[in-house]
Design a protein around this ligand. Structure first.
Ligand SMILES: Nc1nc2c(c(=O)[nH]1)N[C@H]1C(S)=C(S)[C@@H](COP(=O)(O)OP(=O)(O)OC[C@H]3O[C@@H](n4cnc5c(N)ncnc54)[C@H](O)[C@@H]3O)O[C@H]1N2
Ligand code: MOO
Length: 405
């Protein structure tokens, strides 16, 4: 078990994981995935000049003198609704009733909102002038023909999917969400909701990690907790390979007499176990089991969470065709002195706050033990204290990994 740095361990991971093959998905199924092709508009948007309001299409110069006291009256030659094919036309001296989204008739150069008129159907009394172009939405004003509306690497949220539909796409090529099987090991673990016997605790890691996968854009499959029986652990891992793009385990990787994950994976696959110079999260394992990346995270809950964000999240980003950036990092001013072991990258749990006009600040929470999940759950950032720092005084600017909310 050689000692390695965080960067060395991450480099091995990022050098091993691969982008998932692209997949053609129907739009709604593509929500949350990452686009793998550039999408361009086959036509301009809007495709034709159309009305922004319900009202009357006119020639602006006809109504130039219209006012409350001296309205202009024009004959109405017809109705144009949204969806009409856009073949109608008017001549000077005429008006056409028009609805929002309907094509502007040839010859018209302004739309008078119905509120500025008496709403007439045979003829209309207009009591306000309008400049040419009034209430007209021009073709191509949103998107020009051939314009790329979404680049590869775009995460497809509601607005982006809406954009793809607006340019006529029913399906898109994306990197699928990585499917990640999450497995907790430990005979002491019980399902939440069950009774605890002496010596037992409720399994929290598998819930936390399954959802951390989802927060990172993947699909987490929570596996029922397995005990410390090596054959059962191996069988469970192998059974899961068919549906997993990656496997994340928690527990059973340190120095105990019954560290089952380490025992089992030392016999097969390429998973290597290392002490990584970080706190929390020292015991780490990573490698392939029949070509599937396996991350063996330490069992202490805070260690498991931090390890996930530092190592697994960037790997899931690579699998989705994204740069391995990990959590977003912000700079903040430390509110308290902290000390940190030399040679170790320390991830302290902290609370960010922004008061008006002042720089973002971060307060380390009091409980920094790797078993103290309540302190993690009340934090919103992981304060990164680099390897070479031992004493960091209050007022220092530090990097903080912002936890997903
Ligand atoms: N002699 C040494 N002992 C330990 C060392 C060491 O270097 N030498 N490292 C410590 C560190 S650091 C960590 S982290 C843990 C890692 O241990 P394991 O990954 O083998 O995890 P376990 O022993 O199975 O569990 C540790 C701790 O976490 C609790 N746990 C485990 N799984 C869950 C879960 N799914 N939900 C909630 N809590 C869980 C478990 O009950 C233990 O309390 O090793 C140290 N020891
Ligand atoms: O590294 Mo352990 O992960 O500190 O508790």
């Amino acid at each position: 078990m050689g000692m390695r740095t965080v960067d060395e361990h991450l480099a091995e991971i990022l050098g091993t994981v691969r982008e998932l093959p692209p997949l053609d998905l129907a739009l709604l199924e593509a929500h949350g995935t990452v686009l793998a092709e550039p999408v361009s508009a086959p036509v301009p948007l809007p495709p034709f000049d159309n009305s922004a309001m319900d009202g009357y299409a006119v020639v602006a110069s006809d109504v130039a003198g219209a006012s409350q006291s001296d309205p202009v009256v024009l004959p109405v030659v017809g109705d144009i609704a949204a969806g009409d094919p856009g073949v109608s036309a008017i001549r000077p001296g005429l008006a056409a009733r028009i609805m929002t989204g309907a094509p502007i008739p040839a010859g018209a150069d302004a739309v008078i909102p119905v509120e500025w008129t008496d709403g007439g159907t045979a003829s209309v009394r207009i009591s306000r002038a309008a400049a040419p172009g009034n209430a007209i939405r021009r073709a191509g004003e949103d998107v020009t023909e051939g314009q790329v509306v979404a680049e590869p690497g775009t995460r497809l949220g509601a607005a982006q999917i809406g954009m793809l539909a607006a340019v006529g796409r029913s399906r898109v090529t994306v990197r699928p969400r990585p499917r990640v099987v999450v497995l907790s090991t430990g005979t002491e673990l019980r399902e939440p909701g069950e009774q605890l016997a002496p010596g037992e605790i409720w399994d929290s890691n598998s819930f936390m990690l399954t959802l951390a996968v989802a927060e990172a854009g993947g699909v987490g499959y929570r596996q029922a907790t397995v005990g410390d029986d090596p054959d059962k652990v191996l069988r469970t891992l192998e059974d899961q390979l068919t549906r997993a793009d990656a496997i994340v385990t928690s527990g059973g990787v340190s120095m105990g007499a019954r560290d089952v994950v380490k025992e089992v994976l030392s016999r097969t696959g390429t998973v290597g176990f290392h002490k990584v110079a970080m706190r929390p999260g020292k015991p780490q394992g990573f490698g392939l089991l029949q070509d599937t990346p396996v991350f063996t995270l330490p069992g202490n809950p805070v260690s498991a969470y931090v390890s996930f964000q530092v190592f697994v999240r960037p790997a899931l980003q690579v699998m989705q065709g994204l740069p391995p950036e990990g959590l977003p990092v912000v700079e903040a001013v430390l509110t308290e002195d902290v000390s940190s072991p030399k040679g170790v990258r320390h991830f302290l749990r902290g609370k960010l706050s922004a008061s008006e006009g002042e720089a973002l600040s971060v307060a380390p929470v009091e409980a920094q033990g790797s078993h103290q999940l309540a302190a993690l759950a009340s934090s919103d950032g992981l304060i990164v204290i680099p390897e070479d720092a031992e004493r960091v005084p209050a007022g220092t600017r530090v990097e903080v990994m912002r936890m997903p909310s």
